[in-house]
Write a new protein. Sequence first.
Length: 154
Amino acid sequence: MINLGLSITSLAARSRRGTAPLKLNLIANGSFGAGTIGWVPFSSTELAIEAGRLRVIAGATAIRVSQDVSALIQGQQYRLSADIDASASTGTVTARINSSISTSGSLVVLSVAAGQSGTFDANFTARAGDVVLFFNNTRGFGDYWLDNIKIEPV
């Protein structure tokens, strides 16, 4: 066992003194240091790593990638943030949360218009503890790139 020199008491005391609480990213491999591990392409979508970013490559029928996310607390606020490059897209790249990869009934957390790129973030309230986060190119076509994806408690 490794001793990090921290205890629950010391973390709580540090938080009371005004130091920001530790943030826990609920996304696995959101910076793609381990390649595409943890990310699932949908249908004919293909995935590749380019310059440390995930390239979501348009297939014949879909442009969607997802990851199952566990341990959210229903009713709690979270922040989703991601670097999204939609410069080659002809449609809107959306980040959605749902109980499945279906767009029906999904919560659209972020929308990035064709041609835009940058870091985008938004808060959302968890509707369930286990969800699917997925990125989708709606009403258009063309590849897009993702990096630094995080879901953290607010």
